[in-house]
Design a protein around this ligand. Structure first.
Ligand code: GLN
Length: 250
């Protein structure tokens, strides 16, 4: 199969080795006989809501976010249409914030977002930095940990009833106090975790690929053929240990 990925604003939102996430998706797709076709979507470019199986938005600092915010704010309908049609999404850090209703930066400026995630973000005084470990349950009864690195001033508040990506076992997460990290809506995931995220969390990479394949084929998501993930498991363990060494949730 061809898995069609749209990479939004690669020239602006790319701060945390976001290419690494795409490289992992590409390689893991290829090892199962699929081809990941990546299309860059920049400011002013058309986003074909039905034409992609997976959307990716990476991280950026306030400055880059301010440059893309006016454009992303016009994309709400297209991104929502894609989500409603079963397109998978991974949005990281600055991209995660801008798929919510908006982000108020340290300078007080309100950056409007696409408004597809039920959340808002406001910058606080202290940056939340370090390794983080979550417990996630993306499929009922299947719990795994997700490990990564966070570095954000933004405090993200989910609307009542919204579903986080996971529960914080160690680290700050969305706001340092709710115990929630990220947000999940159907096949869309937003998260502060980078590092990049997917090399050390192959289960999450495969979950996204299987959702994207389900969109491509029009059938229900199916588990992918397992790969030898010994190196990935080591990388996950190192990151999880560092997060746990930070102590409990802060
Ligand atoms: N500028 C945002 C914040 O600090 C996002 C940061 C990022 O992508 N690192 O909250």
């Amino acid at each position: 199969m061809r898995i069609r990925l749209a990479h939004l604003y690669p020239e602006y939102l790319n701060i945390y080795a976001d290419r690494g996430n795409i490289a992992v998706l590409e390689r893991r797709a290829q090892m199962r006989g699929h081809e990941l076709v990546v299309t860059a979507v920049g400011i002013g470019d058309r986003l074909d809501a039905a034409g992609h199986d997976l959307l990716y938005v990476g991280g950026g600092q306030d400055r880059e976010q301010a440059l893309v915010a006016p454009d992303i704010a016009t994309r709400g309908d297209a991104v929502r249409e894609a989500m409603d049609g079963g397109t998978a999404i991974l949005a990281v850090c600055g991209g995660y914030q801008l798929l919510g209703r908006g982000y108020r930066g340290r300078d007080g400026q309100w950056l409007p977002g696409a408004g597809v995630f039920p959340l808002e973000t406001v910058a606080g005084d202290r940056r939340m930095i370090g390794d983080v470990l979550l417990e996630c349950e993306l499929e009922p009864g299947e719990r795994w940990t997700v490990a990564g690195f966070e570095n954000h001033a933004g405090r993200t508040l989910l609307d009542p009833g919204a579903t986080p990506l996971g529960r914080v076992l160690a680290g700050f997460g969305n706001d340092g106090s709710s115990g929630h990290e990220g947000c999940r809506v159907a096949r869309a995931i937003g998260t502060y975790l980078h590092g990049p995220l997917l090399p050390r969390n192959p289960q999450l990479a495969d979950w996204l690929l299987s959702q994207a394949l389900a969109h491509a084929t029009g059938s229900a998501p199916e588990p992918l053929e397992p790969l030898d993930d010994a190196l990935e498991a080591d990388a996950h363990a190192v990151s999880a240990r560092r997060a746990r060494d930070r102590g409990g949730r802060r």
